[in-house]
Design a protein around this ligand. Sequence first.
Ligand SMILES: [Zn+2]
Length: 290
Amino acid sequence: MTQRIVWIVCLCALTAYAADLPVQMEELTAPEFVQAMEKSGKICIIPIGIIEKHGPHLPLGTDMIDAREVALRAVAQEYAVVFPPYYFGQIYEAKHQPGTMAYSPELVWMMLQETCDELGRNGFDKIILVNGHGGNNNLLPYFCQTQLQSPRSYAVILFQSAEDPAVTKKIQQLRKTSTGGHADEEETSMILSHRPDLVHRERGRDQSGEDQQRLAGLDNGYTGIWWYAKFPNHYAGDGSEADPQIGNLILDTEARQLAELVRSLKTDNRIKELQQQFYQQSLKPLETKQ
Ligand SMILES: [Zn+2]
């Protein structure tokens, strides 16, 4: 074989190799990890779930399984690396229910910070958090805010899906129930669309998902017990009428928007540039132009 042919063969092999790169971090070999860093634009997605009760009819890992599905559908459109299954978050309100894994606030925090630090040390520049769990809705924006406390080599971006009115309308037309909030018609539909083997719709009415309103009339004050007061079964809505079409509409819309975010972040460096400028200025605030 001439040297030229060998070179062409090697190049083809390398291209095919890159095209076949796994998207899930745990499935990459170390040499493939180096290639994935390049192909992903140094972007890693951490789908964040939790292990908690999901009504009487859905698996404990529902949020983790669905958040991973959104990420996997997104990276099929725009390559990025997806972090291994992650289930450390805020879930104290379900500690009275079997199977809840409620780690201490310190551990939850350290786990996420050190995970980001380790991804940064390994070369990732941009870390996208994809939240699948409502109990993290205050935690994760606060976590992002605290990344300004001291310099980081990476940026943390929390994915936030936008409402698509056309999709919302279609879902409204398909929906059979009007209540919801947890393990409800929409959430049950999501997991039903890709893991029907884990869904037990016929058990959806074994427990009540109705609002018990046990703090009714006590307005204008926030308390951590609010959710337990309303939904002691850790179930809000009715999952027995789930429909995989609804699930696919939700998951595909989120995946499309996440893929758009990944695509934008591959060429747009403004977050990291502004962070660097901010870190420099925050070292010497007296020198900041007034
Ligand atoms: Zn859930």
